[in-house]
Design a protein around this ligand. Structure first.
Ligand code: NAP
Ligand code: F7E
Length: 331
């Protein structure tokens, strides 16, 4: 039988890696795109490798518009739905709390309801997050760690996480949540700290940027590679039973450590270029995220394949190559 997957958030970092994975496995992939993105080809850059693929279908819609979700699910009849769409920037969620809740919480409910009504046998994946642990610094964090969200982003994600568990228990739906720790790649949005750093290092090295403004350098994160993490999403939906799984690299590093490592690799001294700017501090910070994904290893057989330093260099090198090509074409 033809396998069909519906992915929300397909234009984002994870959506693009997951699409490539599923197309490679023979799926037909249906992706939800907003009109504002579909009309701007620069915003489709993450999908450049697969845009012309015959089994990739783009459908206009929006997480806040349940009718668009029901239309797509009724028409394409997916067996698997991956809900990756979100306003995913934690700092921004303090500035746009209502739309963040609308997309990240109500959007998830719209999708769960659409599935329950149309075909409750559809398998569902929810993009939950380590941000839900918030200021609970008991480490390493696992599936039993108490949730203590401290941003509108994380509050909305906790609500969605609870809804997924509720639909699983109430309607016997195959609905799973991946509690994913930070995962990065050369496709990471440019306003997330790792990408901001690798991009700045590349541009400073090339002489096209003079300084890098950052916020809290003491925060610690457990950073892994997005390509590894989307494989865990797929594995969750291949299990007989739905469940929640922590997905992480298993080690934590500070923002300062990431900064120093990338700048040292580029042959730059961060003290000469980095300015601490209060604008990038958050009203409430998550001090430390460090995950324990032993359940995923035991049940899914999942393990990360790209280490922290390898990831940092991969991101820096791609940024350097692209920025260098761009500056040559300007000459
Ligand atoms: P991302 O690059 O920011 O992508 C977010 C996607 O959501 C984009 O495709 C965006 O579309 C789409 N979107 C936003 N609002 C929408 C709306 N109203 N209707 C339809 N689509 C909408 O995020 P990511 O890093 O790939 O993360 C994927 C998911 O995992 C998100 O739910 C995020 O919260 C969660 N997560 C991420 C991490 C991480 O470290 N990356 C960790 C844990 C959980 P446009 O292109 O139109 O903006
Ligand atoms: O911040 C600090 C900042 O924005 C990491 C999302 O994918 O992962 C991501 O959320 C840390 C924070 O990621 C700057 O204060 C310092 O402590 O890269 P980030 P995040 O907030 O951890 C989780 C798991 C998700 O679910 C989210 O969707 O870095 N930091 N200076 C800075 N952060 C940013 N963005 N910019 C700075 O200038």
């Amino acid at each position: 039988m033809e396998k069909v997957a519906f992915i929300t958030g397909i234009t984002g970092q994870d959506g693009s890696y997951l699409s490539e994975l599923l197309l490679g496995k023979g799926y037909t992939v249906v992706g939800l795109v907003r009109r504002t993105v579909a009309s701007d080809s620069a915003k489709m850059v993450n999908l450049s490798r697969i845009r012309e693929h015959e089994r990739l279908i783009m459908e206009y819609g929006d997480m806040s518009d349940m009718s668009s979700l029901t239309r797509i699910i009724s028409h394409h009849k997916p067996q698997e739905v991956y809900n990756l769409a979100a306003q995913s920037h934690v700092g921004t969620s303090f500035k746009t709390p209502m739309s963040t809740v609308e997309i990240n919480l109500n959007g998830c409910l719209n999708l769960l309801e659409a599935i329950r009504i149309i075909d409750p046998k559809i398998k569902f994946y929810q993009a939950s997050t380590s941000e839900m642990f918030g200021d609970n610094i008991k480490c390493p964090q696992n599936e039993n760690t108490v949730l203590s969200p401290v941003s509108p982003y994380a509050c909305a994600k906790v609500g969605a996480h609870n809804l997924v568990q509720t639909y699983r228990k109430s309607y016997n739906m195959h609905a799973s949540s991946g509690i994913l720790f930070n995962h990065e790649s050369p496709r990471r949005g440019e306003n997330f700290v790792t990408r901001k750093i690798t991009m700045a290092a590349a541009r400073i090295k090339l002489g096209i940027q003079k300084e890098l403004r950052l916020g809290n350098l003491d925060a610690e994160r457990d950073w892994g590679f997005a390509g590894d993490y989307v494989y865990a999403m797929w594995l969750m939906l291949q299990q007989e039973h739905a469940d929640d799984y922590v997905i992480s690299s298993g080690s934590a590093h500070s923002v300062r450590d990431f900064l120093n490592y990338v700048f040292e690799h580029a042959g730059l001294d961060p003290d000469e270029y980095v300015i601490i700017d209060p604008k990038f501090y958050r009203p409430c910070e998550v001090p430390r995220l460090w995950g324990d994904s032993s359940k995923a290893k035991r049940i899914l057989g999942w393990e990360p394949s790209v280490a922290y330093k390898e990831l940092a260099i991969m991101m820096y090198e791609e940024d350097y190559e692209r920025e260098s090509k761009k500056s040559q074409t300007k000459d």
